[in-house]
Design a binder for this molecule. Structure first.
Ligand SMILES: [Zn+2]
Length: 265
């Protein structure tokens, strides 16, 4: 009799547990392996959403149309020393938001690290310039042969990765200005040297913050003799996040002043 009662009691406890909140609670908040699976699923979903945003309609984001450009006011935004895996994509997205095209003077050793970023620059319709293969002053400025070799190796690399052979070259540090021999060898090989006449000073040490970069450009953009061809030096290489942070304000400031953005060829 006692044995029978104990059996009934065990049965009643089992029925209570299987229909109580415990079982429901476990299903809503799985633990152990079920929890890991659920979390993994959630992370995969989030990642896919981030990796594949809805495509933007070209032109819809173009914010330059709200500003009237004034004749004879041209700004060329140029970004040196990239491509970089972090800063260049940020800059590309900002340029896209404003419908502005820029010119990227790329360095071979960074192209080798970030070939897909170089292709993205081209896909988005920006211009490329040659900024030598390794940007090392000792090799680049060792003489005419060392210089032109550094340019040509970079040109071959740009062609292999992006299918383009830019004709414009920017000399690292602008050191070429005093060398007639190096200028001549560039011209003889069909290149055009393009320096800058407006410096954002974003490569100064310690690095300029965004507000200083904006102020540097605001001050120089007042000089009327620069207006017909304002070639602005900025950097998209590693360590130049402040340049990207300053960029939206720089673009808006120049648009309000009536500048039209173009690319170098
Ligand atoms: Zn450089």
């Amino acid at each position: 009799m006692v044995k029978k009662r104990i059996t009934i009691l065990i049965l009643l406890v089992f029925i209570f547990m299987s229909t109580s909140g415990c079982a429901v609670k476990d299903k809503a908040n799985p633990t152990g392996f079920a929890y890991i699976l659920e979390q993994a699923g959630r992370e995969t979903y989030d990642w896919q959403v981030k990796a594949a945003p809805a495509p933007e309609k070209p032109g819809k984001q173009d914010q330059t149309s709200g500003y009237a450009s004034q004749p004879g006011k041209i700004a060329y935004l140029t970004f040196d020393d990239g491509p970089d895996s972090i800063n260049t994509p940020i800059i590309l997205d900002i340029l896209n938001r404003y419908g502005v095209k820029a010119t990227f003077f790329v360095v071979g050793t960074n192209i080798e690290k970030n070939p897909e970023v170089l292709r993205e620059i081209v896909r988005r319709g920006h211009a490329l310039g040659n900024h030598t293969y390794n940007h090392r002053y000792t090799g680049v400025y060792s003489g005419v042969y060392g210089f032109i070799k550094n340019v040509k190796v970079n040109e071959e690399l740009i062609f292999r990765v992006a299918g383009l052979s830019p004709r414009i070259v920017r000399d690292p540090g602008g050191e070429l200005r005093n060398s007639q021999a190096l200028k001549r060898v560039l011209t003889q090989n069909g290149y055009r040297l393009v320096d800058w006449n407006v410096d954002s000073y974003d490569s100064r040490t310690p690095s300029s913050d965004g507000a200083i970069i904006i102020e540097n450009l605001r001050r120089q953009a007042k000089k009327q003799y620069l207006w017909p061809e304002m070639v602005i030096l900025m950097h998209d290489s590693n360590g130049h996040l402040n340049s990207a942070r300053a960029l939206p304000t720089v673009i808006e400031m120049l648009l309000k002043q009536g500048f039209k953005f173009e690319v170098l060829k």
